[in-house]
Design a protein around this ligand. Sequence first.
Ligand code: DC
Length: 224
Amino acid sequence: MSDIINIAIDGPSGAGKSTLAKRLAQELNFVYVDTGAMYRTVSLYAYRKGVDKSDSETIKSLLPEIHMDMIYGEDGTQQMLLNGENVSGLIRTSEISMYTSAVSAIPEVRAFLLEQQRALGRTKSILMDGRDIGTVVLPDAQIKIYLTAAPEARAERRWKELVEKGEQITLDEVLKDVIQRDENDINRPVAPLRQAEDAVLVDTTHCDLEQSYQLLLNTIRERM
Ligand code: DC
């Protein structure tokens, strides 16, 4: 019996997945893998080339030029290297978020990242977050969580984060983005966002970050 444990956390954007998953992984001594950052990194490459996000043919043709690595800071923060350049900050703008929403629907982009993601879970205990981890990437994960919250609650959290980083954007614009991205993620034909049958549903609409963290930690510990 292998003692490798995989934890999958899926859910819509702005549910607090990244922040919570990073902290949980540290507490449980797991490697944290943020798959959204991988999609964002592919997107940044195409975006910088000036490719329109709907031009899937050109985006596909760029994939062989993309090499990404993940390195980890002492606090467990995942840093993304795109062909050797640290792009961790550059992939977090709202523009790249919308761009990525389109790029992540391209089947070849998903296939390109799928094998890299699966390989990570084979050799070590990981806590991976994304949209299709429990359903597609790690269907055999021992623990699966579907983390969600009402769109308004998610938009407000996201908006605060962006404003703190100095982005000029209104709450209404962020809410529209959140709803649009949900729609894209849920309705795409390949690996759409949905709760795996064996995933535990955790709704954090009425929880602050600390309460959400405790809720998730308890949910995971009960199953370990
Ligand atoms: O979690 P995030 O906001 O960083 O994700 C960025 C985009 O990537 C989002 O539009 C959904 C997509 N994504 C995906 O399709 N599958 C994943 N496993 C992770 C993210």
